[in-house]
Design a protein around this ligand. Sequence first.
Ligand SMILES: [Zn+2]
Length: 101
Amino acid sequence: MKRNPREEFVKDIKNRSKVKKIYPLFFYQKCDKCGMEFRRETMYEYETPSLVFENVRCYTRGCTECYPTFSQFENEMKSKTEKNIATYLDWKDGKILVPDL
Ligand SMILES: [Zn+2]
């Protein structure tokens, strides 16, 4: 039996990431794309574990103006995570010196 630690790492991060709809009631939440703050409006939130630090979670939020559909937000976040993981693993393996995240 053999397995690829790279694939296992990607699978683990993907399993621990989630996308959901949020509805901020009292506090303004910032959209990470346009930089505007929203409240009492539907927003999307993407939660993913930090690649470098244990027990640290990263949140990315998006508004419905930047992402008209939920799946659009979901796809963009997933492709972004895939790119970040690939860069991180290349950096960890010593293939690149300075990660450009
Ligand atoms: Zn926005």
